[in-house]
Design a protein around this ligand. Structure first.
Ligand code: AP5
Length: 218
């Protein structure tokens, strides 16, 4: 299965990709996670990406393509992958086509996580995640049973959950604007190619997952 997940910030791309990964073993390839990892490690690339991420702007196509190319070249991606957050504009979609043609791995489907924009702000301001395993929680809709600590580390000390640096009101507003202007055109782009499947992502996580599996052909 080779999937692209499309959707606004907070639409649930990461949540559903992690479910599918845990359920079927398909690797989640998240451009945001790859970038945050590069920033946290202080790599040259991370330093170049940080200002754009802090402002909620897109990082340059060339930096992100380099990360995606390296990640899709790893052995675990040879049997399939879920691209979460890539591509993000029409130029990236073209670069992805070229890369996947080179790898002999065309996309099977593009799944759009469709959510009314009114719910996105609350989802994003309520999001907390584990700095160790990346598990995603929400203080309103899916809090950790351990309060401000991750429940995914039996036997070890439970890490404190963190809030993402770009989940602040002003940055969220810009991310939503960037989505509308730069990423939303990909919906028509992939629909025209007959690859688009739409999932109603404005319902409980389990129901979204059931629809997501159907859309992914599972
Ligand atoms: P990225 O990390 O990709 O962030 P994003 O697209 O803004 O998406 P999010 O991770 O915020 O949301 P999500 O859809 O994964 O939602 P989640 O499942 O967490 O990008 C961050 C930055 O990196 C960008 O701004 C840019 O600077 C850069 N970047 C990344 N990719 C790039 C690229 N290709 N090119 C250039 N720059 C790039 O859910 C959100 C919350 O809602 C959680 O708390 C969750 O628990 C909750 N939730 C999920 N589903 C439901 C539900 N069904 N009901 C109720 N709550 C729910």
């Amino acid at each position: 299965m080779r999937l692209v997940l499309l959707g606004a910030p907070g639409s649930g791309k990461g949540t559903q990709a992690q479910r599918l990964r845990d359920d079927k073993g398909t690797p989640q390839v998240s451009s945001g996670d790859l970038l945050r990892d590069a920033v946290a490690r202080g790599t040259d690339l991370g330093k170049r990406a940080k200002a754009a991420m802090d402002a909620g702007e897109l990082v340059s196509d060339e930096i992100v393509l380099g990360l995606i190319r390296e990640r899709l070249g790893r052995p675990d991606a040879a049997q399939g992958f879920i691209l979460d957050g890539y591509p993000r504009n029409v130029a990236q979609a073209g670069a992805l086509d070229a890369l996947l043609a080179e790898l002999g791995q065309p996309i099977d489907a593009v799944v759009l996580m469709d959510v009314d924009s009114k719910v996105l702000f609350r989802r994003l301001t309520g999001r907390r995640s584990c700095p160790t395993c990346s598990k995603v929680f929400n203080v309103y809709s899916s809090p950790s049973p351990l309060g401000d600590r991750c429940d995914n580390h039996p036997g070890d000390e439970a890490p404190l959950l963190v809030q993402r640096a770009d989940d602040k009101d002003d940055v969220i507003a810009n991310r939503l604007k960037v989505y509308q202007t730069q990423t939303q055109p990909l919906v028509d782009h992939y629909r025209a190619r007959g690859l688009l499947k739409v999932v109603n992502a404005d319902q409980p996580v389990e129901k979204v997952y059931a629809e997501f599996l159907r859309a992914a052909g599972e």
